[in-house]
Write a protein that binds this ligand. Structure first.
Ligand code: SDX
Length: 428
């Protein structure tokens, strides 16, 4: 705690304590405001100015486009780290040494088998089902097959739940995609690395050996790292608040997947590709879509642009844009969609509407172009976002439980009808 804040309301003055974080961010502690002021609360739709918690996991500085996981810059991690070591870093707070890494990976592989009865659940879905809805359902269903994952009162229980979901989730991701493609649902190969195994489970064709492509595994490794955590975004806040009722980890993650599905959040990466394809089919008429995005009477938004926190470039978008050129070049893919995206970015960065509102490309603007070049179906893009975000959700949920945070239960200001007597139907 540091200096005080003074609140004056109704002729009374109140002193409120303040927080200063390790990056000198300041907050007014209003945890006792209602009691101190005899009922006054704050209100902040969308929590644009409200901190839900203190956290030591991820730091964002939106005006400078800074993103760090446990103090390490996203630029360094994306260039030098392996996704599983970033997962370990986010969840346990430190980069693992080789022994810790190997044990973590070994424990994950031991728990990566999914009960065969889960196939009956996935078989019940129509092929037209959106993969995010399937994934959310399967993730919640995992609780039924792993009941001990609900009670995580000990570090050991928590660790066991963590390695179970890190092992089983990639299988659910692969099965969700393969089910839609009519391909057999199988497992990969535990002799492979975590990311390589994801690719094999997703793409292995039943009648041929799957050859690991370093281009694809490096691209996926980078994308998963870039999506791994992002402090108190919509889906992470959902995971934390569901977990605050002491619901199990898998149920909390299932809720987070549903929140991520929305086109204003993780669903934007699919919406961006659909938007770019529409522009392409429209003869590349970017001006028309820019006008729609600026028209207050048109619900259309330039998907992949804007961010609640970043009022400068999203550092992840900057990295992904460079990676898109590299990956498509390495794969020998010449995708006109990438040129349309770059053209749109240039137009927006020179348009007062976007400049004045500090709307820059976010993580979702270019990521789909790489997924598409990798052969991942558009409907699976947000599932890939969820796969990357999994360790962040786990880390945040674990932190919330270890800090013994109270159940999340916001207040409100009532604006409905005041008290009135019941009127029998014959008199209405
Ligand atoms: C993610 O929070 C996170 O960290 C999320 C995320 C993560 O890693 O977890 O980074 C991942 O969700 C990235 C965002 C993906 N969503 C999109 O790309 C969808 C398009 N973007 C917007 O819907 C919007 O920018 C949001 C939802 C991302 C942010 O919305 P805010 O902060 O609530 O801002 P706002 O809606 O109040 O907009 C402010 C102004 C408004 O205009 P005015 O009323 O001031 O005139 O900017 C305009 C908005 O109309 N605006 C846009 C726009 N985004 C904002 N106008 C056109 N196109 C857009 N994309």
């Amino acid at each position: 705690m540091s200096d005080k804040a003074i609140l004056e309301i109704g002729g009374e003055k109140y002193e409120l304590p303040t927080y200063t974080g390790t990056e000198n961010e300041k907050a007014i502690d209003i945890s006792k405001l209602r009691g101190t002021t005899n009922g006054v609360i704050t209100i902040d739709p969308g929590y644009k100015n409200t901190g839900a918690c203190v956290s030591g996991i991820t730091f964002l500085e939106g005006d400078k486009g800074i993103l760090r996981y446990r103090g390490y810059s996203i630029e360094e991690l994306a260039a030098k780290a392996d996704f599983l070591e970033v997962a370990y870093l986010l969840i346990f707070g430190e980069l693992p040494n080789q022994e810790e890494y190997d044990r973590f990976h070994s424990d994950i592989k031991k728990k990566s088998i999914v009960d065969e009865d889960v196939r009956k659940i996935i078989d019940a879905f129509p092929k037209t089902a959106h993969p995010m809805g399937v994934l959310s359902s399967l993730t919640s269903a995992l609780t039924a097959f792993n009941p001990s994952s609900v009670n995580v009162d000990s570090e050991e229980d928590m660790y066991n739940s963590v390695v179970k979901i890190l092992g089983k989730f990639p299988v659910l991701v692969a099965w969700t995609m393969r089910k839609k493609q009519g391909l057999p649902l199988d497992y990969g190969d535990t002799s492979l690395g975590y990311v390589e195994n994801v690719l094999k489970m997703m793409f292995r064709q039943p009648h041929e050996e799957y050859v690991i492509s370093p281009i694809l595994s490096n691209a996926l490794n980078k994308l998963l790292i870039l999506h791994a955590d992002h402090e108190q975004n919509c889906s992470t806040s959902t995971v934390r608040i569901v977990g605050s009722s002491h619901a199990g980890l898998f149920a909390s993650l299932s809720a987070g997947i549903s929140a991520l599905w929305g086109p204003l959040h993780g669903g934007a990466n699919q919406a961006v590709l659909e938007m770019l394809k529409a522009i392409q089919e429209d003869g590349g008429d970017t001006a028309k879509y820019m006008a729609k995005a600026k028209d207050k009477n048109d619900p259309f938004r330039l998907m992949g642009f804007g961010h609640r926190v970043y009022k400068n470039f999203d550092p992840r978008a900057t990295i992904i844009k460079v990676a898109a050129d590299e990956v498509l070049g390495d794969l020998g893919v010449d995708d006109p969609i990438l040129d349309i995206a770059k053209g749109l970015e240039q137009e927006a960065l020179n348009d007062p509407y976007f400049v004045d509102r500090k709307l820059y490309p976010n993580v979702d603007f270019y990521s789909g172009i790489i997924y598409r070049a990798m052969g991942i179906p558009t409907e699976m893009f947000t599932v890939m976002f969820a796969l990357g975000r999994l360790p962040g959700w786990i880390a945040q949920w674990r932190e919330m439980r270890l800090m013994k945070e109270p159940i999340g239960r916001p207040r409100q200001i009532y604006t409905g009808a005041t008290e009135r007597a019941f009127i029998p139907v014959e008199k209405r």
